[in-house]
Write a protein that binds this ligand. Sequence first.
Ligand code: COS
Length: 389
Amino acid sequence: MESLADFGLTEMQLEIKSLCRRIGEEKIVPVREHHDETGEFPHDIVKVFAEAGLFGIFIPEAYGGMGGSTKDFVIAVEELCKYDAGIALALFGTGLGTLPIILCANEEQKKKYLPRIAEGTLAAFGLTEANAGSDAAAIQTTARKDGDYYVLNGTKQWITNGGEADIYTICAMTDKSKGPRGASFFIVEKGAEGFSFGKKENKMGIRASATRELVFQDCRVHKDNLIMGEGRGFIVAMKTLDASRPSVAAQALGIATGALEIAIKYSRTRQQFGQPISANQGLLFLMADMAMKVESARALVYRCADYMDGGAKDVSKLSAMAKCYASDVAMSVTTDAVQVLGGYGYMKEYPVEKMMRDAKITQIYEGTNQIQRDVIGKALIKEAAQGLF
Ligand code: COS
């Protein structure tokens, strides 16, 4: 569905959109049910993403990428997620895993890792643990200095692209006594001694995506792979999440748009009482409300991307707003889409029930929507205290 506003998309963004639409229709739609049912990782589609250059969008030109903007990436993610948010997650989960390197790594680290990722090597972000989700500073994984190396011990949980990615950005405590100021970020490669993969999760939605434990048992990581310096890990994590939340917002927006399109098309063809069900005002108004929510979420997500692309540093509030609002919209719109399709909507014959399951995670990961509201609320109080309004 074309948005009422054109949002001033550039030539390049329109090209990205149509490329992703083609990949969605031709490559993703025929296999999405299979991946949803089996939970099999979509290696073939990842290759398609790589060949189309989609991994290069978020990598700066100097390191072999396209040097695309946040908005370029948001548009790609939105479009792909109209078709399957779990499959597309291989791509933007890599974006999340790469952000600590793009935003905070030194020149050597960038030169070593970013060109590989631009070509389609998967990356993953390892922060969460069994007892450290919203309370990100409570992580227990440790990194003990030993000569030129750090020795990592601990287990990361629910890691997107876990087991499939080759490059991992991992948060571990170099000094537990310092709380958030004792955390540090490391780049760890698959195959490193003492690094293995644990339980693979069986999920409600985004089932094509691999979500797995990462296990570190005396895993030695060279000090050259420390990002930014000891004690800066929490800052790396927060900067990364601020920058990546618009991608989750775009994922939610894509899911909502996909479900809305299916609901509208279905309502024109499904006949009851001798007329299409779209002739009933009850459903027509419901779809109008769904469309208003999607349109306003898109305006907020694009506004956030434009703000970030303008070089703004204080992005936490807007990025949290975009993620929180778009994901709440996705949950509500997909639930209503199932309602429009009625009994058919509840069956696997149409993908709206899958979209409803996929939407749920967007309210939970990369910071629950309760955490987003906390971030937004605290930012508002800070602005008031600074006399900004
Ligand atoms: N950017 C840069 N620095 C930030 C920051 C941000 N957005 N938010 C906090 N910080 C800094 C603070 O300035 C503070 O630094 P100093 O110690 O130098 O003063 C430090 O980080 C700790 O901040 P704070 O005390 O606010 O930390 P809290 O433990 O209260 O946590 C929240 C703050 C809840 C916002 C944070 O833990 C969070 O985002 N949690 C959700 C994590 C998440 O998204 N998990 C999902 C898994 S990852 S897919």
